[in-house]
Design a protein around this ligand. Sequence first.
Ligand SMILES: *Cc1c(COP(=O)(O)O)cnc(C)c1O
Length: 410
Amino acid sequence: MGNMLRDLSGKFSAATRALRPSEVREILALTENRKVLSLAGGLPGPEVFPKEDLARIASRVVEELGDSALQYSPTLGVMPFREAVADFVRSKGVKVLSDDRVAVTTGSQEAIYLLAMTLINPKDAIIVESPTYLAALNVFRYYGAEFVSVPLDENGMKTELLEDKIKEAKSKGLNVKLVYTVATCHNPTGVIMPDDRRKELLEVASKYDLLVIEDDPYSFFVFDEVPFTPLKTIDSEGRVIYLGTFSKILAPGLRLGYMVADRQITRMVELAKQMVDLHSSTLSQYIALYALKEGVVERTIQKARVVYREKRDIMVESLEKYMPEGSHWFKPRGGLFAFIYLPDGVDTSDMLPMAIERGVAYVPGRSFFSDGSGVNAMRINFSYLPPDKLREGIRLIAETAKDYMKSKGK
Ligand SMILES: *Cc1c(COP(=O)(O)O)cnc(C)c1O
């Protein structure tokens, strides 16, 4: 056995050696076999899944369409599904331009990955909200991107800062290439960008010739009457790449997302996707196609909006009741998350083991910033747990925070 390899670390590529585990996934692993109330994940509430409908549809798809549904299929998706997705996004007010094409992806996560693969050179700069979706940050980072962080407030990205930020990045020799934004029901804060900022964002994008990735998993779950127009709809220059997903409106286990973008982009995405996974699950695409046609998706959206809104309200009420003085948060207008700032001096990464010990988990805020800020912040999810557990989870976080502050003499 003398030749046994003991340490393979020297074998991995430099880019892969730089990979860091996603903090969320690590936490989920940690909480898996314990009685921990997890407010950490981004899981839809299981009570929302249309299980009976999907069982019926899945069996019908295999029995009646098995020869196609179980077969390999085109890289950008099966045509009837791509058409149904185009109709679906149009019905939600998303403008599809004549040069646009739909690309079906294995969740939005793959769409983000394929866009990074096809668009990013090392040292290209990406404009992001600060904080932003951590799974996108990780992908862009892997491809060597630099970040231009633009702070946000209760109306999303502060677009009035954009131009100065771009000029500053350019003066450092960076090639500012695109904006990545979750403009509607932002992850992690739940805020919605109003149209005046959206227009300003697109004007700046036009002036500096930037592409814009509009990542939109949540516009179906707006709880308060906040008017907004998709960036894709305001844009007339074909620079917005619109991403959607069936993860939050049907089931994440299907792994189905979609991109609506100029065909020059979907063409490159097609070439990249051929290398990555040939195509997304044919079976999932047919299941989602029938779920769309039979109104199952629409019914799931309606149900989820009611359920999540109620949970949002319970969460806000519990935050107000339990959180230590000096905490603040954005009231989420939609989506599945809230972002909480605890009083200065609290380090939420440092506090996490105490919280898990007490029986509750959250995601420390730092992961959502490209620059290490957010030390005293945390993201909590309100869609997954039933109401009483949600209330209890927030109470436990608040107690942990108070103990933590006491132990630090605050
Ligand atoms: C949940 C989520 C997604 C969806 O990921 P999938 O790969 O489609 O499951 C994409 N972007 C954001 C901001 C999300 O919160």
